[in-house]
Design a protein around this ligand. Structure first.
Ligand SMILES: NC(=O)c1ccc[n+]([C@@H]2O[C@H](COP(=O)([O-])OP(=O)(O)OC[C@H]3O[C@@H](n4cnc5c(N)ncnc54)[C@H](OP(=O)(O)O)[C@@H]3O)[C@@H](O)[C@H]2O)c1
Length: 224
């Protein structure tokens, strides 16, 4: 496993069913967790410089997770930070629909893509920045160098499973917040841990909080 040293402090925040699924197979863009989980997610997002999510998550959900609570936005401004974290979508293909509501949200948008993916957006102002990291696959050290250049020292990874797996594979997740939701969603549902990606890690439990029928787990990761 390769470790990338020059990268932001990275926390993954996801909600999973008890059988390790991220969404219902028939409602793949809908959240499976409670309103409390939304508030928890917003709290985490409020603390970081940037948010990173996969293209499929955006295709299904249509929007980025932006801060909505006035007190969280005001607190960032009080700290001299931007009101919203930078929103980075990872797409090797660059194949995203410019009609998605994401492109009308009042946020700064970055496309993390390849040379090939960037060619779709040549001359477009839909993204504030387009980071070309790799020819056909994402070159993570280059992606992290782009993040450093943009002043991103803290990063929240919001899924989905494919993106999380590729970052676990390069030992690039430092902490994990996992909400266990009281659901079983079956094999057709999108998975937290997709097949075919090898990774390993050890986790130290930092906190556990039951809320209603959900359990909030906070872990630190270490890699061999
Ligand atoms: N419960 C939760 O907390 C939660 C959170 C997030 C998402 N979700 C759900 O999870 C599902 C989506 O998850 P998913 O695992 O199918 O997809 P995903 O990780 O959101 O997106 C996969 C896509 O992102 C791009 N991508 C990801 N990693 C990449 C890498 N290392 N290099 C290059 N491109 C990369 C590729 O885009 P291109 O194909 O464009 O190249 C890839 O096809 C949706 O149903 C969503 O609603 C749930």
């Amino acid at each position: 496993m390769s470790q990338v040293s020059l990268r932001p402090r990275t926390t993954a925040i996801l909600a999973t069913s008890l059988d390790g699924k991220l969404a219902r197979s028939d409602a793949a863009g809908k959240r499976i967790a409670s309103h409390y989980d939304f508030q928890h997610l917003e709290q985490q997002v409020a603390q970081v410089d940037a948010v990173l999510f996969g293209a499929t998550t955006l295709r299904w959900g249509g929007t980025a997770m932006r801060l909505q609570s006035p007190h969280l936005i005001a607190e960032r401004e009080r700290q001299g930070r931007s009101p919203q974290p930078l929103q980075i979508v990872c797409s090797a293909s660059g194949n995203l629909d410019p009609a998605l509501p994401f492109f009308r949200q009042p946020i700064r948008r970055v496309l993390l893509t390849t040379e090939k993916g960037a060619s779709h957006w040549q001359g477009s102002a839909a993204f504030d920045e387009c980071w070309r990291a790799g020819e056909e696959a994402i070159d993570w050290p280059k992606a992290f160098a782009n993040m450093q250049g943009a002043g991103v020292q803290t990063l929240a990874v919001l899924g989905g499973g494919q993106l999380l797996a590729s970052l676990l594979q390069i030992a690039a997740i430092d902490e994990l917040w996992l909400t266990l939701c009281p659901l079983l969603l079956g094999s057709a549902a999108p998975s937290l841990y997709p097949d075919g990606v090898e990774f390993s890690g050890m986790l130290t439990l930092l906190n556990v909080l039951p809320v209603g029928n959900e359990v909030y787990l906070h872990y630190r990761l270490t890699y061999a």
